[in-house]
Design a protein around this ligand. Structure first.
Ligand code: UFG
Length: 326
């Protein structure tokens, strides 16, 4: 298949592209490079473009004879989405609609969509299964949930088939050390901890130490980005084989607290990483742990890098060797 990967120059997208390069499929990355890095795209064709540009999208579908889409292009900062909802609804929904419309116009029926655990909001049932109520606490979460609902309507009306992957905490880096996480600004825990270990940050704050968890800090389900990437390939191939539209969680089913992440990172880098207790960050749920039984059962997904130490070691390899990112 000729597979269009939107957002293929981003952190997760570039890992999806790398895994696709090892398959029989052809990859066409479509990215506006606002957040992504051209150097992160290790092969295939590249189109620099925005989803707002419907004309360029249409030309790209025709020029490359696109058969299927993996759609990751989006804004994805929870905090920012509360300050700038217009940006999130415009980019994640309205511009995403252009993509769906160009798919329908070109008779392309299959899409794998990058969704998020943020669609659930605060849940009191752990592990989280796909059928639990969805009450997102952020605009970001809502923009992703609305897009899932739009795809459902496009399926019913236009027979567009989708697989939506609700990621938990994507982390780690490709084993080769060639690509990894490079956000500006960086807000995620593991890269921040490793930047502190490298002396690139003065302080590392733990956002809240009074949560109802085993050590008072937030618990998250960290999943290796290569395991995530593999799920996209399983998804797009399943759709090509006639699978019905489906939604899957993607996590390891294990939760680690912020303190445990810092301790494990200290072991990986071989020295203590100092942290101070800070205030809670708005919008953080205490515990998010996925049940990924559904995708294991239906698509045969098998995580290869489930262990937190392995996840952090791959991230460390990347940060140590690319202290300035790409
Ligand atoms: N944290 C700190 N100190 C820091 C940074 C983070 O204590 O300097 C804490 C956070 O408060 C949170 C945990 O570390 O408890 C993980 O934070 P991240 O920012 O790494 O990840 P989140 O769980 O907040 O968010 C991630 C993705 C979102 C997605 C969400 C879904 O970044 O896009 O998972 O659960 F929506």
């Amino acid at each position: 298949m000729n597979i269009l990967v939107t957002g293929g120059a981003g952190y997760i997208g570039s890992h999806v592209v790398k895994e696709l390069l090892d398959t029989k499929h052809q990859v066409i990355t479509y990215d506006n490079l606002q957040k992504g890095h051209k150097e992160a795209v290790l092969g295939g064709k590249f189109v620099e473009g925005d989803l707002a540009d419907k004309e360029l999208l249409t030309t790209t579908f025709k020029d490359y004879n696109i058969d299927a889409v993996i759609h990751l292009a989006a804004d994805s900062l929870v905090g920012e989405s509360m300050e700038e909802p217009a940006k999130y609804y415009q980019n994640n929904m309205v511009n995403g609609l252009n993509l769906l419309d160009v798919m329908v116009e070109n008779n392309v029926k299959n899409i794998v969509f990058s969704s998020t655990a943020a669609t659930y909001g605060d849940v009191d049932h752990i592990p989280i299964t796909e059928d639990l109520p969805k009450e997102p606490t952020s605009v970001y979460g809502r923009s992703k949930l609305f897009f899932e609902q739009i795809m459902q309507d496009y399926d019913q009306a236009y027979n567009l088939k989708y697989i939506s992957l609700r990621y938990f905490n994507a982390s780690g880096a490709d084993e080769s050390g060639q690509i990894g996480e490079d956000h500006n600004p960086e807000t995620h825990l593991i890269p921040i901890v490793l930047q502190k270990a490298l002396g690139q940050r003065d302080k590392l704050a733990i956002f809240g130490t009074d949560y109802p968890t085993r050590d008072g800090t937030c618990v998250r389900d960290y999943i290796h980005v290569t395991d995530l990437a593999q799920a996209h390939i399983l998804g797009i191939e399943a759709l090509a084989d006639g699978k019905e539209s489906s939604i899957y969680n993607l996590g390891n089913g294990d939760g680690y607290s912020v303190k445990e992440v810092i301790e494990t990172a200290s072991e990986v880098v071989g020295k203590e990483i100092e942290a101070i207790a800070g205030e809670r960050r708005a919008g953080d749920p205490a515990t998010l742990i996925a049940s990924s039984e559904k995708i294991k059962k239906e698509l045969g997904w098998k995580p290869q890098y489930g262990d937190l130490k392995t996840i952090i070691a791959t991230a460390w390899q990347w940060h140590k060797n690319h202290p300035q990112g790409f």
